[in-house]
Design a protein around this ligand. Structure first.
Ligand code: ZN
Length: 181
């Protein structure tokens, strides 16, 4: 655990004012935690990680990756997105996968869960699901402009740059488990 990533400081304070009274939020340190507290009303503003969801599609021991064209442009990722506030995580993974690949999927179990600290302005908890079945014609969409299946050798040989460090970790874990080459 890297606590430098976890503690709040001025660069990763996403909000400056109290949603309760409009007063200024300040950083309050308690034991191992740092929290945002309103100077005026004392309200603690809980800044929690968002939930990211990704779905892993494997074919012929290669994993499906998409090339991004909006944020992290020209970098690749396992198809993913954020769960909306009102949305079930599995529904979110299915929706995001459909938006980015045009495929309808049936999920299997969770492959793994990791905390993502790469963006100080938006920490997330990522959940990577395995895909049981998929239907339809694959076509890149939303913020993805190209899709392809890659082995770890392909990633190295083709200089595929991954957008997120935890996707790198997941790909290593898939390889260690013998699920991809
Ligand atoms: Zn306040």
């Amino acid at each position: 655990m890297n606590t430098e990533n976890i503690l709040l400081d001025e660069k990763n304070m996403r909000y400056n004012f109290c949603p309760n009274c409009g007063g200024k939020l300040s950083i309050k340190e308690t034991n191992s935690l740092s929290q945002l507290k309103c100077i005026d009303c004392g309200n603690i503003f809980y800044q929690n990680p968002a939930v990211g969801v990704a779905a892993i599609l494997i074919k012929d021991k290669k994993v499906l990756l998409g090339r991004r064209n909006i944020s992290y442009s020209n970098m690749w990722c396992i198809p993913c997105g954020y769960a909306e506030y009102y949305e079930d995580v599995r529904e979110a993974a299915i929706r995001e996968f459909k938006e980015e690949t045009n495929l309808d999927i049936k999920l299997r179990d969770v492959f793994n869960i990791h905390s993502n600290f790469h963006n100080p302005a938006q920490h997330t908890v990522g959940i990577w699901f395995m895909i049981e079945e998929y239907y339809g014609n694959m076509k890149p969409g939303d913020d993805i402009d190209e899709l392809g299946f890659f082995s770890t050798e392909d990633i190295k040989d083709k200089n595929i740059e991954l957008a997120f460090p935890t996707d790198n970790l997941i790909i290593l874990e898939l390889r260690e488990k013998g699920l991809i080459d």
